[in-house]
Write a protein that binds this ligand. Structure first.
Ligand SMILES: *[C@@H]1O[C@H](CO)[C@@H](O)[C@H](O)[C@H]1NC(C)=O
Ligand SMILES: *[C@@H]1O[C@H](CO)[C@@H](O)[C@H](O)[C@H]1NC(C)=O
Ligand SMILES: *[C@@H]1O[C@H](CO)[C@@H](O)[C@H](O)[C@H]1NC(C)=O
Length: 437
């Protein structure tokens, strides 16, 4: 299945311009042991195709909002045959072509990206046999509520080359988060092949570099990363033991996120005769989300091209931001957007082409609404047009309108003060950041 931003248009249209909502969602991560039976039996009894169908039917039955699977190689079709999640990634192939990573979701997602590891190790675990790595997606959890989800399958084994490769893998994800999830809520869940109790493992990089919290450490281990080994049975009879599969997360300024539950789901994933389905215990977590109290955001419009940017980190440092001038640039398409705040801060995104139009706002006038229209250029969806409207009804526009438009209106008592999205010479994708007036 191919995901385009137009699907988002359809779902966004249903929500209209209601205020961002609160709610909860749950996630599951499971290494589904889908290497060909002749290569790796995984010490799991029974037929792998049959077991994979059972896993798919359990995914449907328990209806997790987002499932990340690893080692989803040669029995992928069996899982998808019995699973019924509406949004799923297409397989990248069996051994030796695919990464084994897939996602099954009740929520719409976009900007999906598969990234291969820069480093792998042949020392143990045959990690160079297939192009393993990680995946990125931006999930529309609710209107104006976006969370970046990462799946991963890091290098296995404990020989020196394995440890080096695995540390490089985790650092690669951490660096990608720094570049592509700036300002955003993030959930990383997958097979890290790492344990806190194995000091050579670099799993702490997600806390130290990205500010992520491990939901298991937080909720089951009272916030203390273990230093002593505690191996799990399969199925595990306790949540206290440590597995290499992890769920880590952080909130963002526009989306508050909190883990409310973490647990092994092993006893829900058994064969009819009671045997296990995978050599890994599947794990789950529940999260509650709330719109930010000092910043919120609109939905996105445009396509997943160019580089990620966000004014959110800077905005969190300002008190009472207010737009003093709006500048929009365009000709055939939308070239650039800029807002100057009353304190002098300027946020500018996109390129310098097109004709610039500037609207200076009065002290008691706020930027409250924006229309974006998108279109196709060289087969890529991007923004073609913007019209900014203030609380007194004055407007500034740029670019060329299309028939595919979206209006973002600040919640009552709020205003537009900045942007987030993806840009290059033009404004490929855009969302607006709101602050109280
Ligand atoms: C791993 O082994 C494969 C097959 O022998 C080889 O092509 C590859 O270069 C090796 N990779 C590393 C990092 O040693
Ligand atoms: C976790 O979320 C699921 C799905 O909403 C729900 O059925 C379950 O009761 C929740 N578990 C806990 C412990 O809150
Ligand atoms: C704007 O779009 C219309 C319809 O696609 C097109 O006919 C027109 O030439 C465009 N104008 C500019 C300035 O590109």
């Amino acid at each position: 299945m191919k995901y385009t931003i137009s699907n988002l248009a359809a779902s966004a249209a249903i929500f209209g311009s209601a205020l961002a909502a609160s709610g909860d969602f749950n996630v599951l991560t499971m290494n589904v042991a889908g290497l060909p039976e002749i290569l790796q039996g995984n010490d799991v009894p029974g037929d792998k195709a049959v077991n994979s169908k059972t896993m798919g039917s359990k995914f449907s039955e328990y209806n997790y909002d987002m499932i990340h699977v690893q080692e989803d190689f040669n029995y992928h079709a069996s899982i998808y045959e019995t699973d019924n999640h509406p949004h799923r990634t297409a397989t990248s192939g069996g051994v030796p072509f695919g990464s084994g990573l897939n996602s099954l979701s009740t929520k719409y997602f976009f900007n999906y990206n598969r990234v291969k590891w820069n480093v792998c190790s042949n020392a143990s675990g045959a990690d160079c046999l297939t192009p393993k790595g990680f995946t990125f997606m931006r999930v529309q959890v609710d209107e104006g509520i976006y969370v970046d989800f990462y799946n991963l399958h890091a290098d296995a084994g404990t020989e020196p080359d394995d440890l080096t490769a695995r540390a490089a893998n985790l650092k690669q994800v951490a660096d990608y988060i720094d570049a592509n999830s700036v300002g955003n809520a993030v959930v990383v869940f997958g097979d890290t092949n790492s344990r806190y109790s194995r000091t050579a493992d670099a799993i702490r990089v997600f806390r130290t570099q990205n500010g992520l919290t491990d939901a298991w450490v937080e909720l089951i281990r009272d916030g203390v990363e273990p230093t002593a080994e505690s191996l799990c049975d399969n199925p595990s009879k306790t949540d206290y033991c440590e597995t290499v599969d992890k769920i880590l997360y952080r909130a963002g300024a526009t989306v508050d996120l909190k883990a409310t539950h973490w647990g092994y789901e092993s006893t829900k994933f058994l064969q009819p005769d009671g045997n296990i389905l995978s050599d890994h215990n599947p794990i789950t977590a529940n999260f509650t989300y709330n719109p930010g109290t000092t910043l919120r955001q609109s939905d996105f419009w445009g396509g997943p091209w160019g580089n990620w940017f966000s004014d959110v980190p800077k905005l969190t440092t300002l008190s009472k931001p207010k737009a003093a001038a709006i500048t929009v640039r365009g000709a055939n398409r939308l070239d650039g957007v800029s807002v100057q705040l009353a304190d002098g801060t300027i946020f500018t995104h996109g390129g310098t082409g097109g004709t610039a139009t500037t609207l200076n706002l009065e002290p008691n006038e706020f930027w409250t609404e924006a229309v974006l229209c998108q279109g196709q250029k060289d087969g890529h969806t991007r923004n073609f047009y913007i019209k900014a409207t203030t609380s007194t009804g004055r407007t500034a526009e740029a670019g060329n309108s299309t028939s595919d438009c979206r209006t973002s209106t600040a919640p009552a008592g709020w205003q537009i003060v900045g942007f987030m999205g993806q840009d290059g010479d033009e404004v490929d994708q855009l969302a607006f950041v709101y602050a109280p007036q």
